[in-house]
Design a protein around this ligand. Structure first.
Ligand code: SF4
Ligand code: SF4
Ligand code: SF4
Ligand code: FES
Length: 745
């Protein structure tokens, strides 16, 4: 790689050395010198609208805007002269000409950039005596409000909506002192409702429908955790008062997503206080589920499970969750395998992580793609999926890569997805033909009909001209086709990296922690005696090498008597695979951990009220394999984490003579066990504790070169849109309130 040219220059008599092309405003940050700014925003195009960043440059006649000035060799910059101070005062006086100065009631009060700037650099009086132009506040949507007099016309909102989101829903209307920001549908918005414009607004001009006038920023605690909606793992900072979440954003720009959050991450937290939350354990009495004490619920669940276990071997099915933490998933499979001696454990699989890891084998350590690497990729081949809707942060990273450093995007899809607008080449294939296209590209085998053949040929030569391609694919590619993806990637020059896109917040965590009928934690094969032995030693119990049932098989078996009991943790399989019928088919016992009375919970014998991801500690793994910490932000009286529920039940089972109780006091203890037991999880704990994303370096021993094959249809996407979130989405009232949500479900 060519060495980067550096330039040396001075800011306030201090020497600074930065890569050629660096803006003075960025160079100043390196020596902790503040150059005030409003319109400048890293990652967005330069606007030079606010003139707050003026600096003096030796040999230049006038003050210069540091946000557009590129540092050059020998340049001498001053940021604190009297002339600059005067200029800043003047600019702030102009910005306040029409400003209502309603800080005491403004949502932004206390965290407003204008307030801070005036405090630090502004004049103590104004020369303007003219009457201010007043405009009423406008409601642009249930989620976005605009207060024109507070607007300082920095155009950050317009740019983030256009450049960052590729939505272009905001523009500028009128001229001069009458200039205002206008929404795309005259008086209202029709957009992705991401709230990025609200978040990026330096003042209280754009405010959130769910947060406005609720509290003051200094009355809240701030808890950073991970969004619970999709598999991208965005960090979100929850603003909490009295154990209630009032706002979600990521204003400290930390985490893999910087300031990005989609509509679900920003507004999808109100399910936590939905009136239908289950807050007490329920036990079926007759045909009714009635509230009971914790003691009774745990005793009943343990007794029923024990009775089934004693009467019929291997006849309980365990269905795990895509939203519970890594630690909970690990304990759940341990309960199934050790206490009940069964491999009948699975979860709704939405991406073929096992297939990808198996196909890569030892190479997995180097070939998996983190979210940052995705952004930095020179070229991305996206096969299937619609990231704008299903994986919004992945879409954001790709758009940012295209915009910032010319990332080339190649797409194979049967739908005209929105990212097509950013693609260098888009190959449209017939419905369901993504896998065939990949096979054809990798091996030349199979039949592709129509114009797609020519387009694929052109795509093949375009890819061959790229190096370091990132291949990102959805649930359209599973089983043996994943091996074709690797074959295709291996034929390309440079290093190819891979990411498969799942749904919900922890699908990779469920797979990697062994919530699978044929794999132990770390994707270790059940048939591999050495792997089995090491877990047997750790858990002090024999593990069956016979693979168990998948989710659809378990539901079917519960319907026809092949299984006598189902234990469902944080999942709603009966909404997808059919009910158990009146009297719950032939299943004698159904135990459920849930937040709401879902289709599955309604058919249970015992329902334990479960805490959400925002109400617990632990870790989750995003779709790119990065492990991140969850922190407890809210408290819902009556609900307990799945970690607690599994512990409670394990103690009851032990009391009744079945298995050994879990003696972990905290989720961190489980994580330590996972680290000890599963190769590849020796991630940096300091990083995790400070909120960093740590990629797990799992490599899977291949069984010869056999592809990991799964039955067609077993891996299926959640089909979520930008406004839906599986069963949980039904309870996100703020999101449900926007018309776009109704149109796109
Ligand atoms: S909410 Fe998002 S999509 Fe809508 S106008 Fe604001 S930035 Fe654009
Ligand atoms: S609404 Fe906010 S972000 Fe948009 S131009 Fe006005 S001050 Fe800037
Ligand atoms: S992209 Fe996914 S993880 Fe990120 S905020 Fe949206 S739903 Fe949450
Ligand atoms: S920050 Fe430089 S002109 Fe606005």
């Amino acid at each position: 790689m060519a060495e980067q040219k550096l330039v040396t220059f001075k800011i306030d008599d201090r020497e600074v050395r930065v890569p050629a092309g660096t803006l003075v405003i960025e160079a100043a940050k390196q020596i902790a010198t503040e150059v005030p700014s409003f319109c400048y925003y890293p990652g967005l195009s330069l606007q030079a609208a606010c003139r707050m960043c003026l600096v003096e440059v030796e040999k230049m006649p006038k003050l210069q805007t540091a946000c557009t000035l590129v540092a050059s060799e020998g340049m001498v910059v001053k940021t604190q002269t009297d002339q600059i101070k005067q200029a800043r005062k003047g600019m702030l006086e102009f910005l306040l000409t029409n400003h209502p100065l309603d800080c005491p009631v403004c949502d932004k009060g206390g965290e407003c950039e204008l307030q801070d700037m005036v405090f630090r650099y502004g004049a103590d009086s104004s020369r303007f005596v003219e009457e201010k132009i007043h405009r009423p506040e406008e409601k642009w949507s249930e989620l976005v409000y605009y207060d024109a007099p507070r607007c300082i016309l920095c155009f950050r909102c317009v740019r983030v909506c256009d450049e960052g989101m590729d939505v272009k829903a905001l523009g500028v209307g009128m001229r001069g002192a009458n200039s205002v920001i206008i929404p795309n549908r005259e008086d209202h918005l029709e957009c992705e409702e991401c709230g990025m414009c609200i978040d990026i607004c330096p003042v209280g001009a754009l405010t959130s429908g769910t947060y406005r006038y609720k509290t003051r920023p200094w009355e809240m605690q701030y808890v950073s955790t991970i969004c619970t909606h999709c598999s991208n793992g965005c960090k979100t900072t929850l603003s909490v008062r009295n154990h209630e979440i009032l706002r979600a954003n990521n204003r400290d720009l930390s985490g893999i997503n910087g300031d990005f959050l989609c509509v679900k991450g920003r507004f999808g937290f109100d399910f936590t206080k939905h009136p239908e939350r289950i807050k007490q354990p329920l036990v079926r009495k007759g045909d009714k589920l009635l509230p009971v004490s914790w003691e009774e619920a745990a005793r009943t669940a343990a007794a029923k499970l024990k009775a089934v276990q004693n009467a019929h071997a291997n006849s309980i099915g365990f269905i795990g969750s895509n939203r519970t933490s890594n630690e909970e998933n690990y304990l759940f499979q341990r309960l199934a395998r050790v206490t009940f001696g069964t491999n009948n454990i699975d979860h709704h699989r939405t991406a073929d992580y096992t297939g990808l890891l198996t196909a890569l084998g030892e190479n997995a350590k180097d070939c998996l793609l983190t979210m940052e690497q995705l952004y930095n990729s020179k070229a991305v081949l996206l096969i299937g999926n619609d990231p704008t809707n299903q994986n919004p942060f992945v879409a954001w990273q790709i758009r940012a890569g295209v915009r910032h450093h010319g990332l080339k995007l190649f797409i194979i899809n049967s739908r005209d997805i929105k990212l097509k607008r950013k693609a260098s080449q888009f190959v449209k294939v017939a419905a369901g033909q993504e896998a065939a296209a990949v096979r054809w590209l990798a091996t030349g085998e199979g039949q592709i009909v129509g114009p797609a053949v020519d387009h694929l040929t052109a795509l093949k030569s375009a890819l061959a001209a790229e190096s370091d391609v990132a291949i990102v694919f959805g649930a359209e590619l599973t089983g043996s086709v994943v091996s074709s993806v690797i074959a295709l990637g291996s034929s390309l020059p440079g290093k190819t990296r891979y990411m498969t896109l799942g749904d919900y917040s922890n699908p990779r965590g469920a797979a990697a922690r062994g919530v699978l009928p044929d794999r132990l934690p770390g994707y270790a094969q059940l048939g591999d005696a050495k792997s089995r032995e090491s877990f047997e030693q750790l858990w002090g119990s024999k593990i069956s090498e016979k693979p168990g049932m998948t989710v659809p098989e378990m539901v079917e078996a519960a319907q026809n008597g092949g299984l006598k009991a189902l234990y469902v943790m944080g999942a709603n399989p009966l909404a997808h695979y059919g009910t158990l019928g009146y009297g719950r088919g032939k299943a004698e016992v159904v135990i459920v951990h849930e937040m709401f009375m879902t289709e599955t919970a309604k058919q249970a014998d015992v329902v334990f009220p479960a805490a959400s991801a925002y109400e617990k500690e632990g870790t989750v793994t995003n779709t790119s394999g990065e492990i991140q910490p969850l922190h407890k932000a809210a408290e819902v009286m009556g609900a307990r984490s799945d970690f607690d529920l599994l512990r409670i039940l394990s103690h009851q089972l032990e009391k009744q003579g079945l298995g050994k109780a879990f003696h972990f006091r905290h989720a961190a203890g489980v994580f330590e066990e996972i680290q000890r037991a599963v190769p590849g999880y020796d991630v940096e704990l300091t990083g995790l504790l400070t909120g960093a994303a740590e990629p797990a370096q799992i490599a899977v021993k291949k069984n010869g070169h056999a592809a990991y094959d799964v039955p067609v249809g077993l891996i299926r996407p959640a089909q979520d849109s930008l406004f839906t979130s599986g069963t949980l989405g039904r309870y996100c009232q703020a999101i449900e309130s926007v018309p776009e949500a109704q149109a796109k479900t």
